[in-house]
Ligand binder design. Structure first.
Ligand SMILES: [Zn+2]
Length: 559
């Protein structure tokens, strides 16, 4: 019977594979059983990434039922103290994978498989890839409860749809979930840049223009933005960026827009529409927005032009979006922003360039600059630096110092790809495994070989050798050392590490391993007391940091 069922299931499953994943008439079941209210949408601008899914509110609490949006099988389960926390991936017959992150509790077969794997590996952190016939879910079937695990800061469901084959994240709002939105995006600011022919911003050549909202929509004072002639260059031109936010009808928090367009004298020059984003390209957000403006003023200006290297696929124009305009000339500009329900806002103005000389030509020599299209290496007895091609977003002055500490450009300059750093270990007053490389004073995972410490990281700044000989601190949180009789169903501890990170944590009762859950945010450890646990037992937690410093907490308790 089971075989026949599986056979039929597979036929049904795979015959549907060709249902186009972008078919918006295809109707999924809602992922929650409560009314759908969003607190974040797809493509929202986050640090170093676009938001790759949508966030559903869960009425401020954990424990809402999560249900399958379509029949399918559980293809991946991960439990981690950070990131997505407890997360489930379900592969559906139409070639789409749904992802439910930050769960609190897994149910049924998923829960059994996770517990079995944790017990076998003696580890809370696990990742399982069940086969297509192991855990099958029906459309609307409840398989887990919503939560707040991993890097989530308040209870919610982070929900993603991905193309199963490529793992590219798809915009869930294009799949017909019932979400009310009648509010158009809000255009808050305009910024004008002088840019090179490759879309790089000329240093010190930008201007912020205030946007006003009136009876007839958005406008700027005098309806004209005026810039000096030295914004224009021989081969380059002008780039525009807009600060724009949106809201949903039912929620007050700001969300991102779905798309934009830029018209110059009625011709479309640039635009974007966020239907999908690949995980390989999501970090290009650092080039999509004015990164420095965001670091300094917390304002996210989205550029309506791009650099030649920016490989985000959601721009709907082949050109770079540069406006070619000469001194003593002007152009009519129309900028529009819209959300997934096609609520739209527009800004129209005249861009006027004053008469005068052009910007003097800028040549980016590789002797003076770290360049996006060039790799860079340096090797001496003091350090090894490897910066791959495609790492920098724009030419960056090559300020590299080796002594007294290694310093590469500025910590505020973003990069796309990891750089490799090696530093020699010259003194060893403590055992070798206690040493690590710190980047901008934070611990970096470090390897040691042949007298060299090596690491990789995705930022620039200062790098130095440090060591850690201090063990983590384990402190009971919801009980004290005097509580010899346990009255709680959940015991919690705070495990604090000062210099590096918590690498391992285990709970033993009378020498036998028990599951201890851990959350990196707040550094909390949890033990769900099994109802079968009775009488007096000795509890012991052993924890280690990344440099192998170990601490032990012990206590006898009656249950
Ligand atoms: Zn999210």
């Amino acid at each position: 019977m089971r075989h026949l069922f599986l056979y039929l299931f597979n036929i049904l499953f795979f015959s549907n594979l060709l249902v186009a994943q972008n078919d918006t008439t295809f109707k999924y079941h809602a992922p929650l059983e409560i009314p759908l209210v969003l607190s974040a949408n797809f493509g929202e601008l986050r640090p170093n990434h676009f938001h790759m899914g949508i966030d559903f509110k869960t009425k401020g609490v954990e424990g809402q039922k999560l249900v399958a949006i379509e029949k399918g099988y559980v293809s991946r389960i991960k439990v981690s103290p950070s990131g997505y926390g407890k997360v489930i991936y379900i592969n559906h017959p139409n070639g789409v994978t749904s992802v439910y992150a930050h769960c609190s509790v897994f149910l049924g077969e998923i829960d059994s498989l996770v517990r079995l794997t944790q017990e076998r590996n003696k580890n809370y952190e696990i990742e399982i890839f069940p086969s297509s016939n192991e855990i099958i879910l029906e459309k609307g079937e409840n398989f887990a409860l919503s939560g707040n695990t991993g890097s989530s800061t308040a209870p919610h469901l982070h929900f993603e749809l991905r193309d199963t084959k490529t793992e590219t994240a798809l915009n869930p709002l294009k799949f017909g979930f019932d979400i009310v939105d009648e509010i158009a995006p809000q255009i808050n600011g305009l910024k004008i840049y002088s840019v090179s022919e490759r879309g790089y911003r000329m240093k010190g050549k930008s201007k912020n223009i205030a946007i006003k909202k009136g009876q007839f929509g958005y406008y700027i004072g005098g309806n004209t933005a005026i810039i000096s002639s030295d914004f224009c260059t021989e081969q380059g031109g002008i780039g525009l960026a807009f600060e724009v936010t949106d809201h949903y009808s039912q929620a007050t928090n700001p969300i991102g827009i779905y798309g934009s367009y830029l018209l110059v004298n009625k011709d479309t020059v640039f635009g974007h529409k966020i239907d999908s984003i690949s995980f390989e390209s999501t970090r290009y957000i650092n080039s999509h927005i004015d990164y420095e403006e965001n670091s300094l003023n917390k304002k996210k200006y989205q550029k309506s032009f791009r650099t030649k290297e920016n490989n985000l696929s959601f721009y709907n124009h082949n050109d770079l979006g540069i406006i070619f305009i000469s001194p003593n000339d002007s152009s009519e500009i129309t900028y529009g922003a819209y959300d997934a329900k096609n609520n739209k806002s527009e800004l129209k103005f005249k861009l006027k360039v004053l008469p005068g000389p052009l910007h003097s030509p800028v040549i980016y020599k590789k002797e003076d600059y770290l360049l996006p299209e060039k790799s860079y290496s340096q090797k001496s007895e003091l350090c090894v630096i490897n910066i791959p091609e495609g790492c920098l977003y724009e030419p960056t002055p090559k300020k590299i110092q080796v002594t007294p500490v290694l310093s590469i450009a500025n910590a505020s300059t973003p990069i796309q790809l990891p750089i490799q750093i090696k530093l020699p270990l010259k003194t060893n007053t403590v055992p070798i495994e206690k040493y690590y490389i710190a980047g901008n004073s934070t611990y970096l995972p470090t390897k040691f070989s042949d007298g060299w410490l090596s690491t990789e990281c995705k930022f620039l700044g200062t790098f130095s050798v440090k060591f850690d000989t201090l063990a983590p601190l384990i402190v009971p949180l919801n009980f004290s050392a005097k509580d010899s009789i346990c009255k709680k169903k959940l015991l919690t501890w705070k495990i604090t590490e000062n210099k590096t990170v918590i690498a391992d944590y285990d709970l033993f009762i009378d020498g036998k391993w028990y599951l201890l859950e851990f959350e990196s945010k707040g550094s909390y450890a949890y033990f769900h007391v099994p109802s079968a646990l009775k009488d007096k037992h000795s509890l012991k937690i052993i924890t280690k940091d990344a440099c192998g410093n170990e601490s032990i907490w012990e206590m006898d308790m009656s249950f």
